[in-house]
Unconditional design. Structure first.
Length: 256
């Protein structure tokens, strides 16, 4: 209980210091929020979003999870994204990873950690898709850091695929997408990708080569076109395969 009571005491001291400098500090923020940024970061306790970005309450809309993932099937993340883009009208969406990320480290190994293993599947895909580059990095720490960076790129790529971002861009509203990595040793943010604001920029991200390896899944063998960002063509291809499987074969037609 001592540690818990310390949190309450710290809160009282913080609130008092804020109102000492500005008696209307909380009242001015109580009626509404108008954040400029949606921050998608890791749940790691060493990376407090407001502190590392130097932002005040009300400036940063925040979503955090293990390994800062953007998964289109995650209703939590998609609800946050939709509210930020369509209701709060944020101008920037920032994916922030950090060196020393335990989730990324777990995804690089073979040890089982239970339920979180399922969650970390997308990070394992990043490792698999970029294996050729990663195997050329002899230093283990440098390889670990590189996966952290590639994971941030991949999550920005996922953002560009969401109908929420695609629709906003189509309407001329531009949440700029950015990728940062926080260095837990220096306290500094490193820019990995910045200013992605349209489909063309998303295509360049898909083709982008850092040390010779593109972000996102590698193209299918024999195809030179960039990966499909919107899901229409992929959905059509899946539908066609399903229809072929459901259609009766010529032999079965002859027996009817």
């Amino acid at each position: 209980m001592e540690n818990f009571r310390r949190i309450i005491q710290n809160n009282r001291a913080w609130a008092a210091s804020m109102t000492h400098d500005d008696p209307e500090y909380f009242e001015k923020r109580a009626t509404k929020q108008e954040p400029h940024f949606l921050y998608i970061g890791c749940a790691d306790s060493r990376v407090p979003s407001n502190q590392v970005t130097g932002t005040e309450p009300g400036e940063l809309f925040v979503h955090r999870n293990v390994a800062n993932l953007v998964i289109p099937s995650d209703l939590n993340a998609m609800s946050v994204l939709q509210y930020a883009v369509e209701v709060l009208d944020v101008k920037h969406v920032i994916v922030t990873g950090h060196y020393g990320c335990g989730g990324v480290k777990a995804a690089m190994g073979n040890q089982s950690y239970g339920l979180v293993d399922h969650w970390l599947g997308p990070v394992r895909n990043v490792v698999r898709w970029n294996r050729a580059e990663l195997e050329r990095i002899e230093d283990e720490q440098a390889r670990f850091d590189r996966v952290v960076e590639l994971n941030v790129l991949e999550q920005i790529y996922h953002l560009t695929e969401t109908p929420i971002v695609q629709n906003a861009w189509a309407k001329g509203k531009r949440p700029l997408l950015h990728g940062l990595v926080y260095d837990i040793h220096s306290g500094l943010l490193r820019e990995i990708a910045t200013g992605i604001d349209c489909q063309e920029a998303a295509d360049r991200l898909a083709e982008r080569r850092l040390s010779g390896v593109p972000a996102g899944p590698p193209p299918i063998a024999g195809h030179m076109t960039p990966p499909v960002l919107a899901g229409d063509e992929l959905a059509d291809a899946i539908a066609q395969r399903v229809l072929r499987q459901l259609s009766p074969s010529p032999a079965s037609n002859g027996k009817r």
